[in-house]
Design a protein around this ligand. Sequence first.
Ligand code: ADP
Ligand code: MG
Length: 286
Amino acid sequence: MSAPELLRLHDVTCAYGRGDAAIAGVDLTVEPGSFVGIVGPSGSGKTTLLRAVLGTIEPRAGRVERRPKLAIGYVPQLETVDWNFPVTVAECVLMARPRQGRRVWPWATKAERDDACAVLDALGIGELRDRHIRDLSGGQQQRVFLARALVRRPDLLVLDEPTSGVDVRTRHEVVHLLRDLNDEGVAILLSTHDLNGIAAHLPSIVCLNREVIAAGAPRDVLTPDVLERTYGARMEVLEHGGMPVVVDDLAAAEPSTGRVIPLRQAFGRGAGEMQPASRPKANRGG
Ligand code: ADP
Ligand code: MG
């Protein structure tokens, strides 16, 4: 690839087995230093798109170009990790270190241990290095998996729903950490279904519903039309402090007070996955 980008998906279609396409005709370019969020409802193909980026799924059609020697760090969705796997924080991080040359034995060198500890310290969890990964809070677990990705010194960090299942404070911490890493030059590609908490704050987002519905800055992309095509439901977009705020319908906003109920709250735990809670239930009695 002669262009300066880190990675490019050309018209990529992926499917599982003989099933229908999970993503179809996706074009995506990741530039050095970029910070891109993939948004869409559950089942819209976010994880599949990230897997195409990582190379853990082969496209059925189209192609993925990666810059030669591109180092990618991957942070899986916390819910998919087996937390009973018997390792400590430090061991968990060391297991992810890049393989050095032709060395055959699995033990880490002193330099590798020091490096893992430095990364854990930088993430504020150095004192937890001997703790079992099971005995951590959601935010701490998220940092362990960030540390695993960072010991590879990635040019690109890929995170699948990094704030799903964590509380609001942890969400803020994770977002700050990612912003700091991005400031240091690491490109970031993440998936999220948190439109207001995450997506609206990113420089660039891609709305996905099997196909790319729209891509660009949140204020250009988060429109009722794009959201309806992405989520299959009508949503309104208000503005707050120069930032778009998505509400599932006008019933979720109280115009008299100007108070906006965050989408997360309006929808329950994650936007796009559940029925909007604010809509009255149909009367099944009669
Ligand atoms: P998202 O991450 O947005 O929830 P996914 O990429 O996980 O979406 O899923 C996209 C589609 O692919 C869904 O229809 C899902 O059922 C299907 N899918 C995902 N993973 C698998 C798999 N391992 N085997 C078969 N189908 C899958
Ligand atoms: Mg997913």
